[in-house]
Design a protein around this ligand. Structure first.
Ligand code: FEO
Length: 419
């Protein structure tokens, strides 16, 4: 049992009842945090009902219930609003429903399967509503409005809004993995790094959806943003909304201004064979009007800037020799880094020189398809050093990809990304 777990009133009759997790160092296997995180949950009291908004990770249930009991009796809870059904927010929901079985659960219309997975056989014992964007719940003198924010960062994600007080309960949106018991953004330590790092790892792959969500949230002009991780944003909350918009915008000025397609070729070469192939692919692709082609030797680059370029590119072509039955590590490093950006709908291709079996090319193609990248051309594999004719084949390969990219040729192989 947590000692001295106190609920915090963040507005009249609205309390924070979350939990601190200062010892966490890695979240969801991919995010590091130097000072832990918080799981923020809230209680909103109205004249004719009480809503609990989100819960906490299961192992922090004791602190959550201890705080909750300070501000509401279980029998008075009328609504349990689950803005997002990832376990760090619904871990205590099954036990909350056992204690407050009369409460109606509200999840977005895309959340039913996850709600089922959360409550299992017990779900049939409770009343629940699948919400649409803009639906409301009345607590008497307070009304909660649901603002659906799909893919920030799961399909079912939503926020809950109180218009009268202009408070937005935003769940993961505008969150940070930062644990500071001073709770408010104007009191805690400097968390700017955490805010941007969190965006980069959680929201960045969904930038398109972030911009759509900001179109909804900006006109609301929240006076207080209460996310489910990290500081509550009461000081200049709109700065964080603007920050999300700017973090979702293009990172670099783009001289192509949308008039040309961008095709990037990345390669590594052990004996120069794959490098020669890369130059031929580059030359072939460069013959096609309307395509700007760039050639990069991965030996000379860091992964992060390449990921920024790839995010805004239309087509990615990877060249790798096969070494010990595999593509080389720098190629995998770049491919692994693409988890943090949206790749669906881009085109991709692979090529490479080999000695025995040449697995690198099909392995890269599989990874591209796994990222929902369309692979319009079967990759080119050449044993040892390419002949003049084989270099011409590489050039034709590059030309064909570029023509497909700008709509001058149809893809030749099955588009697995669309299956
Ligand atoms: Fe904080 Fe997507 O869970």
């Amino acid at each position: 049992m947590n000692k001295n777990a106190k609920a915090v009133e963040i507005a009249k009759d609205i309390h924070w009842v979350g939990a601190f997790d200062p010892d966490l160092r890695v979240f969801d296997l991919i995010l590091k945090t130097a000072n832990g995180t918080t799981y923020n949950a809230y209680v909103v009291r109205g004249s004719e009902g009480v809503a609990v908004i989100d819960t906490v990770k299961e192992e922090f249930s004791d602190a959550f219930f201890e705080r909750l009991e300070q501000v509401v009796a279980y029998e008075d809870i009328t609504a349990v609003i689950l803005n997002h059904l990832e376990p760090d927010h619904v871990g205590a929901a099954p036990e909350l429903m056992r204690r407050a079985p009369q409460a109606r659960i509200y999840v977005s219309n895309r959340g039913l399967k996850l709600l089922n997975a959360t409550l299992k056989d017990e779900l049939e014992m409770y009343a629940y509503t699948l919400t649409n964007d803009g639906d409301q719940v009345s607590l008497g003198d307070r009304t909660l409005t649901f603002v659906h924010t799909p893919y920030l960062h799961w399909p079912e994600t939503k926020c809950t809004w109180i218009e009268d007080e202009k408070i937005l309960f935003s769940c993961d949106v505008f969150g940070s993995h930062f644990c500071d018991e001073r709770l408010y953004n104007d009191l805690v330590g400097d968390f700017r790094f955490s805010f941007e790092y969190y965006f980069k790892h959680i929201m960045r792959p969904f930038k398109r959806f972030v911009l759509e969500a900001m179109d909804k949230i900006e006109p609301l002009e929240p006076a207080l943003i209460a996310p489910s991780h990290g500081p509550i944003l009461r000081d200049h909350p709109m700065e964080y909304v603007r920050s999300y918009r700017s973090l979702s915008a293009s990172r670099l000025p783009n001289e192509m201004e949308g008039k040309e397609k961008s095709l990037l070729i990345f390669y590594m070469s052990a004996y120069g064979a794959t490098a020669d192939m890369a130059r031929s692919v580059y030359e072939g692709a460069s013959d096609v009007d309307g395509v700007r082609v760039s050639l990069y030797d991965l030996q000379g680059g860091e992964t992060d800037p390449f990921v920024d370029l790839i995010e805004e590119a239309d087509c990615l072509v990877f060249g790798s020799p096969t070494i010990n039955g595999d593509a080389v590590k720098p190629v995998w490093d770049v491919l692994a880094s693409l988890i943090s950006i949206e790749t669906k709908g881009k085109f991709g291709a692979a090529f490479g020189s080999y000695g025995w079996s040449g697995e690198a090319v099909p392995m890269i193609e599989d990874r591209l398809r796994g990222l929902k990248i369309r692979v319009p051309e079967k990759g080119v594999r050449i044993k040892f050093h390419p002949t003049e004719q084989e270099l011409e084949d590489c050039s034709a390969f590059g030309r064909s990809i570029a023509e497909t990219l700008c709509g001058k040729a149809k893809p030749k192989v099955v588009d697995f990304a669309d299956l």
